[in-house]
Design a protein around this ligand. Structure first.
Ligand code: IPM
Ligand code: MN
Length: 374
């Protein structure tokens, strides 16, 4: 029976509405072709535009709907001149949604698609295929809005808790265990903790807890890397990694670095997952300079929707959607601009993916059938 889900959509600012529209169009087509699921949408305003119009980054009705939804699909937010009195950006929702609803696991897959140009030396598609788990309920960004500023000095402090370190480590090991593919270089299941425990006690604390959790997973290799070395390794030997787990700000930085190696942040989806609620969004900002100019790459948003489908239990649909994106690139139906935009903009991308969707759905069905026959 076709299962139906209640989805909140927050289109956001800048290119948000156009890449969200593109995503909804692809989801509608997927739903029509397969009949596997149906999505019921409710749209709400959120972000810097919302802050400018109402004085709040998101309305209380939207927050209430967020809590009732099966999942939320969110576009990028933020506008350069929308600032709070303390100089930080207005309309960002990380504090409200991630911290507010304890969505502690920010899952950020970094995967090289065929025909996408990477600034790294010649690489096969899939030779970069790892997932960064960014802890997002604590860390340095917990200081958001509460750091101290005096005339000649300012401070923000980092908080790591035993519970936070333990649950994010466990999340990372479970993810590595569940994935069928290990690291591209050797097929091994491996979780890498990225920290700076040679300098800071908080990270030594995180490392101790990570290693305790690691001992419970004897089928998954565990290793630790310092943040500076990790930044170099993601450029020099990205094929080594399967799952990376790290603190909030480190995860923010490393995921942009990873994105730059796979054709830009426009290729990077993400999931924000808690014990009860979840939302799905691109990792990039709202790029207001290219909004409405038929340049934006909607892949980050479309792949975020694929992550949402998997989270809802629609694994076959999620696989079909990812496969269609893969095929669209493999068949060179689309090309990226040097700065990560897409030639022809969201419309061209939607047409390319739609052209590949039916075959991808058939393949997802036959893959599932052969899996079953094994
Ligand atoms: C991200 C973004 C946000 C963050 C910004 C917009 C606050 O950069 O999701 O990575 O730092 O969390
Ligand atoms: Mn970021």
């Amino acid at each position: 029976m076709r299962k139906s889900y209640f989805i909140i959509i927050l289109p956001g600012d800048g290119i948000g509405p156009e890449i969200v529209d593109a995503t909804v169009e692809v989801l509608e087509t997927l739903q029509d072709i397969t009949g596997w699921f149906s999505l019921i949408y409710e749209f709400h305003q959120a972000g810097a535009g919302c802050y400018r119009d109402t004085g709040k980054p998101i309305a209380s009705e939207a927050l209430e709907a967020f809590q009732r939804a099966d999942a939320t699909l969110k576009g990028p937010v933020g506008l350069p001149d929308a600032r709070l009195p303390d100089g930080t950006e207005a309309g960002l929702l990380g504090g409200v949604l991630r911290v507010g609803f304890d969505l502690y696991a920010n899952v950020r897959p970094i995967r090289l698609y065929p025909g996408v140009i990477t600034p790294l030396k010649a690489r096969e598609p899939n030779s970069i295929d790892y997932t960064i788990i960014r802890e997002s309920s604590e860390g340095l960004y917990l200081s958001r809005g509460v750091g101290l500023t005096a005339a000649q000095a300012a401070t923000d402090s980092m908080l790591l808790t035993a519970r936070g370190c333990e649950r994010i480590s466990r999340f990372a090991f479970n993810l590595a265990r569940e994935k069928t593919k290990g690291a591209p270089s050797d097929g091994k299941k491996r979780v890498t903790l990225v920290d700076k425990s040679n300098v800071l006690r908080s990270f030594a604390f995180f490392r101790r807890i990570f290693l305790e959790v690691a001992a419970e997973f004897d089928d998954v290799a565990a290793e630790c890397l310092y943040m500076d070395a990790a930044a170099a390794a993601l450029v020099n030997r990205p094929e080594h990694f399967q799952v990376i787990v790290t603190e909030n700000m480190f995860g923010d930085i490393l995921s942009d670095l990873g994105g730059a190696t796979i054709g830009g942040l426009g290729m990077c989806p993400s999931a924000n997952i808690g014990d009860r609620l979840a939302y799905f969004e691109p990792i990039h900002g709202s790029a207001p300079d290219i909004a409405g100019r038929s340049l934006a790459n909607p892949i980050s948003q479309i792949l975020s929707a694929a992550m949402m489908l998997a989270h809802l239990g629609q694994h076959q649909a999620a696989r079909a959607l990812k496969q269609a994106v893969w095929q669209a690139f493999a068949e060179q139906r689309i090309s990226l601009t040097p700065r990560g935009g897409v030639v022809g903009g969201p419309k061209a991308m939607v047409a390319a993916i739609k052209a590949c969707l039916e075959k991808a759905c058939d393949q997802a069905v036959s893959d599932a059938a052969s899996q079953y026959a094994k």
